[in-house]
Design a protein around this ligand. Structure first.
Ligand code: MN
Length: 240
């Protein structure tokens, strides 16, 4: 099988001098024989289009909060830090990936980017805005790989096929999916009713998850299957 080349969207450090992605992405992808590539932080159409054309799959990575303006809301005091350049790049890239039918795995913020691209909205802070009688600690205090809460998967969905009926996941987020974007189907739910995973039917692989599989794949066989399924969809040999 030829090596799939996977583009990773970059985070920006606070001083805005360095582009970054969590090292666990590089470790996981190289473990599976994929070639990770950190993308530049740009909304230049030409550059993004060259990346979309040349790379086999994309991971929209985690990071800071999206500007609520992107989903038609004002910024509440409980919304976190925003990096407009990153919002512009990722929303543009995500639209291009949808149009090109490229495999995409969205993680945490990346999942939220997918949802907003499809016209959905976000809770700016779950503790403040999610109405539930059974609040969950979505910002865990345990090590990153620790499976903090359960999720239930929708039978016959892609995520169910990969992860099974129920599994436990880590939880390192304070925002979440409020209104689902058009065509996005929620297929993973936490016990407080929050959408923790969604997929677009008909797309080769357009799956977003609220948890961080890249920080638990070494401990958790189910999360290894998620990377395997994504990379199988990215394998150049499988292209029609
Ligand atoms: Mn969670």
């Amino acid at each position: 099988m030829a090596t799939p080349w996977i583009g990773l969207t970059p985070a920006l450090n606070q001083q805005e001098t360095h582009l970054m992605a969590h090292e666990s992405f590089f470790t996981a992808l190289t473990h599976y024989g994929a070639q990770p590539v950190l993308l530049p932080l740009t909304d230049c159409e030409e550059t993004l289009s060259a990346c979309v054309e040349r790379l086999d799959g994309f991971i929209l990575t985690g990071g800071s909060d999206l500007d609520p303006l992107c989903y038609g809301e004002v910024c509440r005091p409980w919304c976190g830090a925003i990096i407009p350049r990153r919002d512009e790049m990722e929303l543009k890239l995500c639209r291009m990936l949808l149009a090109a039918g490229k495999p995409v795995l969205g993680i945490c913020r990346g999942f939220q980017v997918m949802n907003v691209t499809l016209g959905g909205s976000l809770y700016q802070d779950l503790e403040k805005e999610l109405e539930t009688d059974e609040p969950l600690a979505h910002r865990q205090h345990q090590p990153d790989h620790f499976p903090a809460h359960s999720i239930a998967l929708t039978p016959s969905s892609r995520l169910h096929h990969i992860l099974g009926h129920e599994t436990r996941v880590n939880s390192l987020h304070h925002q979440g999916i409020k209104r689902l974007g058009q065509g996005f189907i929620c297929t993973a739910v936490s016990p407080d009713g929050l959408c923790e995973g969604a997929e677009l039917t008909g797309a080769p692989f357009f799956v977003g998850v609220q948890w961080h599989p890249e920080r638990m794949w070494q401990q958790d066989a189910a999360q290894r299957k998620l990377f395997e399924a994504f990379l199988a969809a990215c394998a150049p040999d499988q292209k029609a």
